[in-house]
Ligand binder design. Structure first.
Ligand code: MG
Length: 318
């Protein structure tokens, strides 16, 4: 089992706690601030500023935060450093015309993986900042919807949502979630590059979720998007506003999808992959039958078995 420890500042722990708000654990071990559970990764944040990521997806999950790492902390047993690689963006990227891409929903049991790409010309950067486009982790759902509505008129974008029936089919055929994500990013980027023609972006910036060799490896059997420059970076949302724009557009679609799913279910469908999600899944099985998980959820998550256990404990057959 992979273990990654980051040393971060107190405000990053607060930011993490907000980010994982739907996946927080109920028990707080001594010395810790919070625990959270997302797909294939358990997270424990300590008052000391250490954050422990455990599980098969630990490295990817930790990578989301590695740019926030406190450079002064030397006591961490193992660190993910922000690796400079040949796809690292240049220092002036903030002033360039860039297509950014980002995804949401990968750690959520319910709802689709949603990927968006947005093209932000350098001349539009001040406008987007004016609209309040920023790291979506720091923006609450109602504001996300409001910003996204304006954003969609301000910049060209593409939006893809992979419904869970397709996701479950691909996953059960052995396709990893990383590969699925890479396919979706590639498709969203290809479509947007075509859409903005004859304009050509200075580069494409992908909010990095895998090391470059792994990312490009996922796409080796695909027709890849073509760009003047390709950049991969974690924390892309704060590197170029196009990634922040993409993340807001993707998140808004995701939030709306949850409203639809809740309507369909007849009760509020929670985000994340924590205990509330197990309860909701159990309720869904009870009311809509076990087969409904295929359309509502990413079935391979541990939540499926936990929901079944909840029902078994109550003596409810399904
Ligand atoms: Mg991302």
């Amino acid at each position: 089992m992979a273990n990654v420890v980051l040393q971060v500042k107190a405000f990053t722990i607060e930011e993490m706690q907000a980010y994982y708000k739907n996946s927080l654990g109920e028990k707080i071990p001594p010395g810790s601030v919070f625990t959270a559970k997302v797909a294939q990764c358990n997270i424990t944040a300590y008052k000391s500023g250490k954050v422990l990521f455990q599980g098969a997806n630990a490295e990817n999950e930790a990578m989301k935060w590695s740019t926030k790492q406190d450079a002064g902390g030397t006591s961490a047993p193992k660190k993910v450093s922000v690796k400079q690689h040949s796809y690292s963006p240049p220092a002036n990227i903030g002033q360039l015309s860039i297509i950014g891409s980002d995804e949401v929903g990968t750690g959520d049991y319910f709802g689709p993986i949603t990927v968006a790409a947005a093209y932000v010309e350098s001349s539009k950067i001040p406008l987007l900042k004016e609209l309040g486009v920023r790291d979506s982790k720091n923006v609450k759902d109602p504001e996300i919807l409001q910003i996204a509505a304006q954003l969609k008129h301000a910049v060209p974008f593409t939006l893809l949502s992979l419904d869970n029936v397709k996701y479950n089919a691909l996953q059960s055929k052995g396709m990893s979630q990383g590969k699925i994500k890479a396919y979706l990013h590639n498709l969203a980027l290809k479509k947007l590059i075509e859409k903005i023609q004859p304009a050509i972006a200075d580069g494409v910036l992908i909010d990095q979720f895998a090391k470059p060799d792994v990312f490009f490896g996922y796409l080796k059997d695909q027709e890849m998007f073509q760009a003047k420059n390709i950049y991969l970076s974690t924390g892309g949302e704060s590197i170029h506003v196009s990634v922040a724009a993409a993340s807001i557009i993707a998140r808004a679609a995701f939030v709306k999808k949850f409203e639809e799913l809740s309507k369909e279910a007849g009760f509020v469908i929670p985000k994340g992959a924590g205990p509330l999600v197990d309860q909701a899944a159990a309720k869904l099985i009870q009311t809509k039958g076990i087969a409904s998980l295929n359309t509502f959820t990413k079935q391979h998550f541990a939540n499926t078995e936990k929901a079944k256990k909840i029902l078994q404990k109550k003596g409810i057959s399904y």
